[in-house]
Design a protein around this ligand. Structure first.
Ligand SMILES: *[C@@H]1O[C@H](CO)[C@@H](O)[C@H](O)[C@H]1NC(C)=O
Ligand SMILES: *[C@@H]1O[C@H](CO)[C@@H](O)[C@H](O)[C@H]1NC(C)=O
Ligand SMILES: *[C@@H]1O[C@H](CO)[C@@H](O)[C@H](O)[C@H]1NC(C)=O
Length: 312
């Protein structure tokens, strides 16, 4: 960006500061516009970066293992043993190593650049599947974010007004898989060894075979990161973290600002999905520490690390 563009952006952001609030939902704006100005932080180029402020929070973030498995994966045996217990896996560490190697043989080498940079501003929307999105009209606001991270089969078609249309990342595992378009990142959550084998089958390099996702855009959640989130962030509550909470956790690592939509119960206290009529009132969240996770999310909102949109 040249100086003139920069100057006009500063001007625009100043103007926005004055007039922005009543017009915030205008979908033609680009949220990144807020990112330029004289208040630049050293962690990112947004107005406010997750790593700004209390250094203890930053230290916690920086102390976490890499959220995604790098090509030269090297999880410890302890991390592997924790992961293996989730689904009572029978395979051993050597088989895990060999399988993950095979996955990476199939994936092209892509830059694994998820660290924050002073010249970059990544504003993310995480969109959960809570029924509180029904009637929320958050769609245009969600689409303004640079990254829109959706979970499992949470659909957009037919729900655009409430959930938006854009999907830059979709979190999936085999049981919740759906076909992705070629611009959407597959954020793969492995819970058992078969999941890696499934990935090899379905994101294959055979161009003739229809593949589920673009193999250039595959990110695999690191079992060591899952364990860290469970043991350190969630204090070992529940059997392992929910998909939603792990999504929030990795977003704090790869985004500079995070907005959270579609988490928690609706205003009647139900934990349904926005795309399904509630069948059972008040159904809980199974073996995931739902309430504990939601309290943590509210704390993150309180210390202004995320913006929580509570919906309807
Ligand atoms: C928003 O603006 C940034 C910075 O100019 C640009 O890189 C990005 O592509 C824009 N996003 C959209 C959705 O227009
Ligand atoms: C698995 O890989 C890790 C990391 O590269 C290595 O430290 C470990 O020795 C390997 N273990 C087996 C049994 O292959
Ligand atoms: C969404 O809300 C509308 C209006 O209250 C209701 O008629 C509809 O059944 C809800 N949809 C779902 C999937 O719960």
């Amino acid at each position: 960006m040249n100086y003139r563009q920069k100057k006009s952006r500063v001007l625009i952001s100043l103007l926005l500061c004055i007039s922005v609030i009543p017009m915030f939902f205008n979908p033609s704006w680009n949220l990144s516009v807020y990112s330029f100005g004289p208040w630049k932080s050293s962690f990112c180029s947004c107005l406010k970066c997750i790593r700004d402020g209390d250094p203890r929070f930053r230290e916690q973030i920086d102390a976490s293992p890499e959220p995604f498995l790098p090509r030269k994966h090297s999880i410890s045996e302890n991390d592997f043993l924790w992961w293996k217990k989730i689904k009572q896996e029978k395979y051993d560490f050597a088989f895990f190593n060999a399988t993950v190697d095979k996955v990476f043989e199939m994936l092209p080498i892509i830059s694994e650049d998820v660290e924050p940079r002073p010249d970059r501003c990544r504003i993310c929307a995480i969109v959960g599947n809570s029924g509180n999105l029904n009637g929320s009209r958050y769609g245009p606001l969600i689409d303004l974010h640079d990254f829109v991270i959706r979970m499992n089969y949470g659909p957009t078609r037919g729900f655009e007004v409430d959930v938006g249309t854009k999907t830059t990342h979709r979190v999936m595992y085999p049981e919740t898989a759906s076909l992705l378009d070629h611009t959407t990142h597959l954020v793969f959550f492995p819970f058992k060894m078969e999941d890696f084998l499934w990935l090899i089958e379905n994101v294959g390099s055979d161009l003739n075979k229809q593949s589920l996702a673009n193999k250039n855009l595959v990110m695999i959640l690191n079992p060591a990161f899952m364990k860290h989130v469970h043991q350190v962030w969630l204090q070992k509550k529940g059997a392992y973290p929910s998909t939603g909470f792990m999504t929030l956790a990795f977003s704090l690592m790869i985004c500079d600002e995070v907005s959270v939509f579609g988490f928690g119960a609706d205003s009647d206290g139900n934990w349904g999905h926005y795309f399904e009529k509630i069948k059972v009132q008040n159904f809980g969240t199974g073996y995931h520490p739902g309430k504990y996770e939601y309290n943590l999310i509210q704390q993150l909102q309180k210390i202004q690390k995320i913006t929580l949109y509570k919906g309807h």
